[in-house]
Write a protein that binds this ligand. Structure first.
Ligand code: B3K
Ligand code: ZN
Length: 876
C-alpha cells in the first residue's frame, strides 16, 4: 500500500458546492443517486476530476444532464475519473448500486439488526458514492431517503427534517437538509423500525431543540441516562466553552453492530449501543460513567470536529485530542476531579505508554500513514488531550480560554490544522509556542530524572531535572520538550513551604517550565529539607525517575495537599514492591514485602475525610500488565503473576479486619436505592475492591462473602464484581454462578459480553480451552464486534498469563482469530492485532512464540491494508 504523507498535502482541483443524495432502500437492492455541483478552484478549470470509491458499482453517470459516453470517463470499484469536465461550474450525476446486507466491514452503508445505518469516518463515504472523500472538502448536503414503510418507519439523516410523505406503494420518503457545510465523513443515514426516547433542550440563545435517542424496540427506558447525560453536556458546553447547539434537532441512534464507540455525524450521532443502554439491572457503574463520557464526547464534537473540522487526517488530534480534553473536563465537573485525573493517568499509562514505547509509536500528529483507521489511537486521543492540558497549564486558564474563543471565531466553518490551532493560543498568551510543537511532531514518552540535594547551612534545596526521550521508529534523535512540572515542597507539618527565591527554570505560579535537556533549580530560604511533590495533578505525560525513600513516599501518601500525588506515592510504593518481588521470583526466591507502606494504606482507610472512590484507588493494586510494563524487558508473565499474588496476599492479610469492615458496611447499606453517581459508585468500588483483596486469601469466610454478594446483589456492579471474583479464583461455585447468570441475562447481548469477559480474563490454565469453546456458543458471533472484543479482546488484553502462555498457544489462538476475521472486518482484526505490540518485551522463549504467531498471519494471502500495516510495523 502507498504511503500517504503530510508533506504532500494539496487542495482538490474542484470544490463541491452542493450535494443532493437520494437513497432508494430495499433489502435486495440499494440505489444511491448523487448530484454534485462542482466548480474549479483557481487555475484548475478543465483538469480531470478524480473521485474516490471503494467496492462501488456505477450504474449511471451524467454531466449537466447529458449521459457520458464510455470514452469520457473511467469507473472502477475504487475510482471515478471524468476526463475533461466543463470549464466552469457543472453538475455531476451518478448512480451507484450497493449491497448493505453483505457489508460486513461495517463501513459505509450496512445493516445492523435490520436497521440501515452508516459509518463514514474515516473513508467510508466512498463506499456509498464516488466523492472527494477527504475532510477538507466541505459541502451542503440534502438527503432524500425512500424506504419500505413497514421495515423502516424511521428515516433519519443529518441536519433538519424538511419534508416527508407516503409514496402509496408501501414505501415512504423523508428529506433532510443540513445547512452547515461538512466533509463527507460526517454524513449519516439511518432507516429502521426503532423506538425513540424524546426530550427537548432550550439553548442559551432560546433555540428549542428536539432531542431523540433511537433504540431497538422496547429499549427506550434504557436510554434515560444517556438522555440526561446529553442535556447536561449541552448545558455544560454553553457554560464552560460558550458553545451553543445549531440545529432544530439532535438525534442519537444506538446500533448493536459497530466497530468503535460512537460517531459524531452532524446532528445524527450513531452509537455502539454499549454507550447508550443502561439500567441498574444490566449496567455497571463503569458503564454509566462510560455512557456519560461518550455521549458528551460526541456532542462536544459538534463544535470541535463538525463546525471546525480537520484539513487532512494527519490533523486528527485537532478534533480528537481536543474533544477528549473537553469530555475529561466535563466528567471532572460532573464527578470527582481528583478521581477522574487518576483514572485518566492510569488509562494513559496502560494504553498510550506501551504504544509510545513500542513498534507502533507515532507522533500525536503523525506525518505519514498507510491506513488511517490504524491511527485512531491512544496517542492521538489520550496523549492528544494531555498535550492540550499542558498547553493550558503553560499559558494559564485565562489565556487558554481566550485562545479557545479565538479558535472558534477564526476557524468556524473551516478545515483547520494544528498550526492554526496553536497560533490562536500563541496570540492569546503572547508566548512563542514553537518549542511546544515538539509534543505534536515527535513520538515517544520522555523520562524526567530527578536528583536532589539539601544544603542545610545555606538553607538551599536543589533539584536537577533531566529529560530524555528514547528513539522511536523513524525518529532517532529527539528535541527537548517544554514540560510543565506542577510542584510543591512539603514541609514536616505536611503544608507546602514557600521558598524566598527560585532560580534555574521559568516559574509560573506553582509550575516549573522545563525547556532544556537539564535544569538545576534552586529554592532559597527554606527552614528544613522539603519532601518534593512533583508533577502534581499529573502535569505532564512523562515517566518520572526519582529515588525517594519509602519514608518520603509514605509521608507524601499521608500528607500531600495534592490528591493525585498522594495516590501516586502509594502507587510508586506498590510498584517498587511488585517489581522487586518479581525479580525475587525469577531468582527462585520467595518474595518479601515491607510492611510500613501497607500500614500507611490502612491508616488512610480509617480516615473519614477521604471519599470512598479515592480510597478504592489507593488500595487498587497496579495490574499485572502495569508491573510487566515497569519490568520492561525479559518479562515472564508467570513470575509477575506469582509476585502479584504474593503481594495481594500480604495486603489482604495485614488489612483483613479493615477490608472486612468495608464490605460489611456496604452490605448493611444494601437496601439503599441504586444511584450511579460519584458517591454511590465510589462506595461500591471501595467495597468490591476490598472484597477482591479479601478473596485472594481463599479463606472459606471470604469466599462466603463473595457468594453472598453474588446472590443478593441488586445491581449489576456488585453482581458482576462478585461473579468475576468467583470465576477468577476458580471457586467451586463458579460454574453454577455462571450458569445462573446466563440463565438470567443470556438474552441481553451487552450483559453476555460481561459474562464472556469474566471467563476470558480468568488467570487459570483451563481458560484457553474455555474461550475456544465459547466461540461456538450460540450467544457468541464473530460478526459482532462487541462479542469479539468481549471474548477474544479480553483474553488478549486482560489475561497476561494465559495469552502469554509459555507454550505459545494463547498467541496462536489470537493470531488464528485475526486471520479468520480479516476478510470480513479488517478494522476489528487490526485492533485485535495491536494486542501483540509489546511482544518484544517478553523473555526469549515467549518472544519466539509470539513471533511465530505473528508470522502465521503474515503468511496468509490477501491481508487487508489495516492488518498488513500493523503487522509490518509490529515486526519491523
Ligand atoms: N470520530 C469517531 C471515530 C471514528 C473512527 C474511525 N475508524 C468517534 C470519536 O472519536 O468520537
Ligand atoms: Zn472523538
Amino acid at each position: 500500500a502507498p504511503v500517504i504523507r503530510l508533506a504532500d498535502y494539496r487542495p482538490t482541483p474542484y470544490a463541491i458546492d452542493k450535494v443532493d443524495l437520494e437513497f432508494d432502500l430495499t433489502p435486495e437492492r440499494t440505489l444511491v443517486a448523487a448530484t454534485l455541483v462542482l466548480s474549479p478552484r483557481a487555475g484548475t478549470a478543465g483538469e480531470p476530476l478524480v473521485l474516490n470509491g471503494d467496492e462501488l458499482t456505477l450504474v449511471r453517470i451524467a454531466v449537466d444532464g447529458r449521459e457520458l459516453r464510455e470514452d469520457e470517463y473511467e469507473a472502477s470499484a475504487d475510482r471515478l475519473t471524468v476526463k475533461a469536465p466543463p470549464a466552469g461550474s457543472f453538475r455531476l450525476e451518478m448512480t451507484t448500486r450497493l449491497d448493505p446486507a453483505a457489508n460486513t466491514k461495517l463501513m459505509g452503508l450496512y445493516r445492523s439488526s435490520g436497521t440501515w445505518c452508516t459509518q463514514c469516518e474515516a473513508e467510508g463515504f466512498r463506499r456509498i458514492t464516488y466523492y472527494y472523500d477527504r475532510p477538507d472538502v466541505l459541502s451542503v448536503f440534502t438527503v432524500k431517503i425512500v424506504a419500505p414503510k413497514i421495515e423502516a418507519p424511521i428515516l433519519l439523516s443529518n441536519g433538519n427534517p424538511v419534508s416527508s410523505g407516503d409514496l402509496g406503494d408501501g414505501r415512504h420518503f423523508a428529506v433532510w437538509h443540513d445547512p452547515w457545510p461538512k466533509p463527507s465523513y460526517l454524513f449519516a443515514l439511518v432507516a429502521g423500525d426503532l423506538d425513540a426516547l424524546e426530550d427537548e433542550f432550550t439553548t442559551m440563545g432560546g433555540r428549542k431543540v428536539k432531542l431523540a435517542i433511537y433504540v431497538e424496540k422496547g429499549n427506550a427506558p434504557k436510554a434515560v441516562y444517556a438522555m440526561d447525560s446529553l442535556k447536561r453536556s449541552m448545558k455544560w458546553d454553553e457554560e464552560v466553552f460558550g458553545r451553543e447547539y445549531d440545529l432544530d434537532v439532535f438525534n442519537v441512534v444506538a446500533v448493536s453492530d459497530f466497530n468503535m464507540g460512537a460517531m459524531e455525524n452532524k446532528g445524527l450521532n450513531v452509537f455502539n449501543d454499549k454507550y447508550v443502554l443502561a439500567d441498574p439491572e444490566i449496567a455497571t457503574d463503569a458503564d454509566y460513567a462510560g455512557i456519560e463520557a461518550v455521549i458528551a464526547h460526541e456532542y462536544f464534537h459538534n463544535w470541535t470536529g463538525d463546525r471546525i473540522t480537520c484539513r487532512d487526517w494527519f490533523q486528527l488530534c485537532l478534533k480528537e485530542g481536543l474533544t477528549v480534553f473537553r469530555d475529561q473536563e466535563f466528567s471532572s465537573d460532573m464527578r470527582s476531579r481528583a478521581v477522574k485525573r487518576i483514572s485518566d493517568a492510569r488509562l494513559l499509562r496502560s494504553q498510550q505508554f506501551p504504544e509510545d514505547g513500542g513498534p507502533l509509536a507515532h507522533p500525536v500528529r503523525p506525518e505519514q500513514y498507510k491506513e488511517i483507521n490504524n491511527f485512531y489511537t491512544a496517542t492521538v486521543y489520550e496523549k492528544g488531550a494531555e498535550v492540550i492540558r499542558m498547553l493550558k497549564t503553560l499559558i494559564g486558564d485565562d489565556a487558554f480560554a481566550r485562545g479557545m474563543d479565538l479558535y472558534f471565531t477564526r476557524h468556524d466553518g473551516e478545515a483547520a490544522t494544528i498550526e492554526q490551532f496553536i497560533a490562536c493560543f500563541a496570540e492569546a498568551s503572547g508566548r512563542d509556542l514553537e518549542p511546544f510543537m515538539v509534543w505534536y511532531r515527535e513520538a515517544g514518552t520522555p523520562t524526567v530524572t530527578i536528583d536532589e540535594s539539601w544544603d542545610e547551612a545555606a538553607r538551599r534545596y536543589t533539584l536537577t531535572l533531566t529529560q530524555e526521550t528514547p528513539a522511536t521508529p523513524g525518529q532517532q534523535t529527539k528535541k527537548p520538550r517544554v514540560i510543565p512540572v506542577r510542584f510543591g515542597l512539603v514541609g514536616p507539618d505536611g503544608k507546602d513551604m514557600r521558598p524566598s527565591g527560585i532560580a534555574g527554570a521559568e516559574v509560573n505560579g506553582d509550575t516549573l517550565i522545563l525547556t532544556a535537556p537539564s535544569h538545576t533549580v534552586t529554592f532559597e530560604g527554606l527552614p528544613s529539607r522539603p519532601v518534593p511533590s512533583l508533577f502534581r495533578r499529573f502535569s505532564a505525560p512523562v515517566k518520572v525517575r526519582q529515588s525517594l525513600s519509602s519514608a518520603d513516599l509514605i509521608f507524601l501518601l499521608a500528607n500531600d495537599a495534592d490528591s493525585f500525588n498522594r495516590w501516586q506515592a502509594g502507587t510508586t510504593l506498590a510498584m517498587t514492591a511488585l517489581v522487586k518481588a518479581t525479580q525475587q521470583v525469577r531468582a527462585g526466591q520467595a518474595p518479601s514485602f515491607e510492611t510500613a507502606p501497607i500500614d500507611a494504606l490502612g491508616k488512610l482507610l480509617d480516615d473519614p475525610a477521604l471519599d470512598a472512590a479515592f480510597k478504592a484507588l489507593l488500595i487498587a493494586v497496579p495490574s499485572e500488565n502495569d508491573v510487566a510494563r515497569e519490568v520492561a524487558e525479559n518479562v515472564d508473565p508467570d513470575a509477575v503473576a506469582t509476585a502479584h499474588l504474593a503481594y495481594r496476599r500480604t495486603i489482604a492479610g495485614r488489612l483483613e479486619a479493615r477490608l472486612r469492615a468495608i464490605v460489611e458496611a456496604d452490605n448493611a447499606a444494601a437496601d439503599q436505592p441504586y444511584v450511579p453517581d460519584a458517591a454511590g459508585s465510589g462506595r461500591r468500588s471501595l467495597a468490591n475492591t476490598a472484597l477482591d483483596l479479601l478473596s485472594i486469601t481463599g479463606s472459606a469466610e471470604a469466599m462466603a462473602l463473595v457468594r453472598r454478594r453474588f446472590e443478593t446483589a441488586i445491581n449489576m456492579t456488585d453482581r458482576m464484581a462478585a461473579l468475576t471474583i468467583l470465576v477468577h479464583r476458580g471457586d467451586a461455585g463458579a460454574e453454577a454462578a455462571l450458569a445462573a447468570f446466563f440463565e438470567r441475562f443470556g438474552n441481553v447481548p451487552l450483559v453476555v459480553d460481561k459474562w464472556l469477559s469474566a471467563q476470558a480474563s480468568a488467570p487459570l490454565p483451563g481458560t484457553l480451552d474455555k474461550v475456544m469453546t465459547l466461540t461456538q456458543h450460540p450467544a457468541f458471533s464473530f460478526g459482532n464486534p462487541n462479542r469479539v472484543r468481549a471474548l477474544v479482546g479480553a483474553f488478549a488484553t486482560s489475561n497476561p498469563t494465559q495469552f502469554g502462555r509459555a507454550d505459545g498457544k494463547g498467541f496462536g489462538f489470537v493470531a488464528d482469530i485475526i486471520s479468520r476475521l480479516d476478510a470480513a472486518n479488517p478494522q476489528l482484526a487490526a485492533r485485535l492485532l495491536v494486542t501483540f505490540r509489546s511482544w518484544r518485551s517478553y523473555e526469549p522463549k515467549r518472544r519466539a512464540q509470539a513471533e511465530t504467531a505473528l508470522r502465521s498471519i503474515q503468511g496468509k494471502p490477501q491481508l487487508s491494508r489495516d492488518v498488513a500495516d500493523i503487522l509490518e510495523r509490529t515486526l519491523a
